[in-house]
Write a protein of this length. Structure first.
Length: 277
C-alpha cells in the first residue's frame, strides 16, 4: 500500500475538527475522514492519522465521563453497590461494556486488511450512510425511550455489541449504530448515547494499542508527528464539546435531524460520483 502523503498543519487541523464532530454525532467519522480528502482532492491521510484522532476522541470521553469511569473501575474491583448518581451498579455495567466490546474486537481482527484496502470507497460510504440513516430514524420513531443504562442486561449488551461490530465498515457510524440498537431495545435517547460513548472507551483503546504496535514495527516518519499531534489535540477538544452538546440535545429533541443529514449527504455523494463519471 502506498504510504500516505504528509498532511499540512491546516489539513490536519481540519480533519481533527471533522473527527471530533462526527465521532460522537451519529453520522460516521470514518466516512467523513474518507470523504473530506475525496471532495477536496487531498491524498488519503492514512490510518495512522485516523488513529491519532481516535486517541483524541478517547481522551474526550475519558475527561467528560471521568466520574463514570471512576465508578466503573472502583465498582468493578470493590463491588460498590451504586454509581455516584445512582443510575447503575458499576460492576454490572462494567461487565456489560466488556461483553459488548468482544464482537467489535473479533470483527477488527478478522476484517482489518479488508477495511484498510477495499472499504474506503466513496460509493460504499454513500450506501452505508443512507441505509443506516434510515435505520436510525426508524429506531428513534418506534423505540420506547424508557430504560436507563442500569437496565442493560447481557442480551441487550450483546445485541449492541454485535451492532458495534458493523461499524468497521466506513459510513456506518459507531455511535450511530450503537445508539440505533439501544433505542430499538427501549433505552431513552440520553441513556443510549451515554452507553454508546462509554462503550467507545475499550474500542478506541484497543484500536490505538494495535496501531501503536504497527507503527513501532514499521516506523513513523518524523514529518508525521506534527500532523498527528494536531489531530489528537483538535479532536479531543472538539469531541468534548460535541459530547456535551449532544447529550443536552437528546434530553428534549429527537434524532431526526441526523437521519435527514445522512440522507442528504448520501445523495450528494452519489450525485458527485456519477457526475465525475
Amino acid at each position: 500500500m502506498t504510504p500516505p502523503q504528509i498532511l499540512s498543519p491546516l489539513q490536519a487541523l481540519l480533519l481533527s475538527v471533522v473527527q471530533g464532530v462526527t465521532e460522537f454525532l451519529p453520522v460516521s467519522s470514518s466516512g467523513h475522514l474518507i470523504l473530506v480528502p475525496y471532495f477536496l482532492k487531498w491524498p488519503d491521510q492514512g490510518l495512522a492519522f485516523d488513529i491519532a484522532t481516535h486517541v483524541g476522541t478517547l481522551l474526550a470521553i475519558l475527561v467528560y465521563f471521568r466520574w463514570d469511569v471512576r465508578d466503573l473501575l472502583i465498582g468493578f474491583f470493590t463491588g460498590q453497590p451504586r454509581s455516584a448518581d445512582g443510575d447503575y451498579r458499576p460492576r454490572h455495567l462494567a461487565w456489560m461494556i466488556v461483553l459488548a466490546t468482544i464482537p467489535a474486537g473479533i470483527a477488527g481482527l478478522l476484517f482489518k486488511d479488508w477495511v484498510e484496502t477495499q472499504a474506503r470507497s466513496a460509493l460504499l460510504v454513500a450506501g452505508t450512510t443512507i441505509f443506516y440513516g434510515l435505520l436510525l430514524g426508524l429506531a428513534d420513531r418506534i423505540g420506547r425511550h424508557e430504560k436507563t443504562v442500569g437496565e442493560i442486561g447481557w442480551q441487550a449488551a450483546l445485541v449492541i455489541g454485535l451492532a458495534q461490530a458493523l461499524a468497521i465498515v466506513p459510513g456506518t457510524s459507531r455511535s450511530g449504530i450503537t445508539i440505533t440498537a439501544a433505542l430499538l431495545l427501549g433505552l431513552a435517547r440520553p441513556a443510549a448515547a451515554r452507553f454508546s460513548f462509554l462503550l467507545g472507551i475499550p474500542v478506541f483503546s484497543l484500536a490505538a494499542a494495535k496501531q501503536a504496535l504497527d507503527l513501532y514495527q514499521t516506523g513513523l516518519p518524523r514529518a508525521e508527528i506534527l500532523p498527528m499531534l494536531i489531530g489528537l489535540v483538535g479532536s479531543a477538544v472538539v469531541g468534548y464539546a460535541v459530547i456535551a452538546w449532544l447529550l443536552q440535545w437528546l434530553r428534549t429533541r429527537s434524532l431526526t435531524v441526523f437521519m435527514v443529514y445522512r440522507l442528504l449527504l448520501g445523495a450528494v455523494i452519489l450525485a458527485t460520483i456519477f457526475w465525475r463519471g
